[in-house]
Design a protein around this ligand. Structure first.
Ligand code: ARG
Length: 480
């Protein structure tokens, strides 16, 4: 193993200053470097530094001309980063020091004024808050796109009927529109979670310094405003030690991924030969390298699989934070990889799920045939008795005996006459031909949130209004 014996301070180009006489061991340098992942924060770091430099100039903490030099230098570095031309250097540890060192190269000793009244602790917290706010907005947009597709496909399938399942056993007939609108609702709450998390990130940590603020008269209000925050954070120690904003985003991502995983699981089951309810488009499935007949639902399977790692990312950061005393601890550098991974994974999964659903072929006949099982209307039979004044438990018992009679004796429930039914309960006033009519059954489910056509139509209408309102609020389509 090679060890640096060079005893000159800052041998590796770092900015530790006069306290150090020896250089960092190369292994430690590699071990502690975060630049290979925190470069994702580059644009936020530049924005934060520009706001800070301007404020230093405005308050007279540094000469106005120097502030201008710093801002111009930072803007040039920002352009270099966007163009993919920035020479990220692992020896400079993290994104903050990479940018500051580059600024030194660009503008000379004036660069030494940028870190006035600032620590990497409030700097990284500010970068993260800016990143998280963007991530919340991007997640809301991704969810919105998937919800819009679900709504479109639901509208198309208002009259497609399939069995609804509980315990993966056929329960009662539902409209496919109603089924997909269930996911529309779930995803709506996911979007709200991201909106709420974003709102809680409205305070700017910049100016909190390393832990206790600064002796210098920094204008925290002005940097907060310049960066789009509502106000500065209210406690300097909380500012540099809190990572619950990241936890919230990761937890919203994990919850959303678990929902996507359930939707994915249904696509996997429904596309099996046993169900045959749907077929994924060629663009969203793959073949087998061995078995020529196979068409595999890899895309939903991978979504289902990825939900595990997004859950794991959340647990990872929760565990990292759990034993930490106030305030900043270097352990917290471990927040970034799981966070970035959760944000990127969710973005990709939302996109491929939207594509899978948009291009899915639905076998309306297969669904209808499965939904024709008269047993799915057994509850309706019990409710017919309730309408005649029979207590529900008594009705349930009678219909249970009817079902047992059919299953045991090989009789078809749908063809039982009024007389046969009356043999089980005297209150029956009609036969199954009349009582077990699927159309009538749907029409009777006329309650808020139920499956009658008019109720589902109203839900689709409300869904369209919601999509329009959320699109306007998120300003979808107005971006460069
Ligand atoms: N790379 C560090 C992180 O991500 C930045 C803050 C470093 N602060 C410090 N005192 N070493 O947490």
């Amino acid at each position: 193993m090679t060890r640096k014996t060079d005893s000159s301070a800052g041998g590796s180009g770092k900015l530790w200053g006069g306290r150090f006489t020896g250089a960092t061991d190369p292994t430690v340098e590699r071990f502690s470097a975060s630049i290979h992942f925190d470069q994702a924060l580059a644009r936020y770091d530049i924005r934060g530094s520009i706001a800070h430099a301007k404020m230093l100039g405005q308050t007279g903490l540094i000469p106005a001309g120097d502030a201008e030099t710093l801002v111009a230098g930072l803007q040039a570095i920002g352009a270099e980063i966007e163009a993919g031309e920035f020479p990220f250097d692992p020896a400079l540890e993290d994104i903050h020091m990479n940018i500051e060192a580059r600024l030194s190269e660009a503008v000379g000793s004036v660069a030494g004024r940028l870190h006035t009244g600032r620590s990497r602790n409030d700097q990284v917290a500010t970068d993260l808050a800016l990143y998280l706010r963007d991530a919340c907005e991007a997640a809301q947009k991704g969810i919105l796109d998937l919800r819009a597709i679900l709504l479109e496909r639901a509208t198309e399938h208002i009259d497609t009927v399939l069995p609804g399942y509980t315990h993966l056993q056929r329960a009662q007939p539902v409209r496919l529109a109603h089924h997909w609108l269930a996911f529309f609702e779930l995803l709506g709450r996911d979007a709200q979670r991201f909106r709420d998390a974003g709102r809680r990130l409205g305070e700017c940590p910049l100016g909190a310094g390393a832990i206790a603020g600064s002796t210098l008269p920094l204008d925290r209000e002005s940097t907060a405003k310049a960066l789009g925050f509502e106000s500065p954070t209210r406690n300097s120690m909380d500012s540099v030690s809190a990572r619950d904003g990241a936890l919230e985003v990761m937890s919203a991502a994990a919850i959303c991924m678990v929902g996507l995983s359930r939707l994915a699981e249904e696509l996997v089951i429904w596309s099996s030969s046993e169900f045959g309810f749907v077929e994924l488009a060629d663009a969203y499935s793959t073949g087998s390298s061995l078995m020529p007949q196979k068409k595999n639902p890899d895309v939903p399977e991978i979504v289902r699989g990825k939900s595990g790692r997004v859950v794991g990312n959340l647990v990872s950061l929760l565990t990292t934070l759990k034993g930490l005393p106030l305030s900043y601890n270097r352990d917290m550098q471990e927040d970034k990889e799981p966070l970035f991974d959760s944000v990127a994974t969710l973005r990709d999964c939302l996109e491929v799920m939207a594509g899978s659903i948009a291009t899915l072929r639905v076998d309306v006949e297969r669904m209808a045939t499965a939904a024709q099982d008269p047993m799915l209307l057994a509850t309706d039979l019990a409710e017919a008795l309730v309408r005649e004044g029979v207590p529900f438990r008594e009705a349930h018992e009678a219909v249970g005996r009817i079902v047992a009679h059919c299953v045991g004796g090989g009789h078809d429930l749908a063809s039982l006459s009024r007389e046969t039914l009356q043999g089980f309960h005297a209150a029956f006033t009609a036969g199954c031909d009349e009582l077990l009519d699927a159309e009538r059954s749907f029409a009777q489910r006329d309650l808020p949130g139920a499956t009658a056509r008019n109720r589902v139509e109203a839900a689709l209408e409300a869904g369209r209004a919601e999509i329009a309102a959320v699109s306007a609020q998120l300003d979808v389509g107005s971006e460069p």
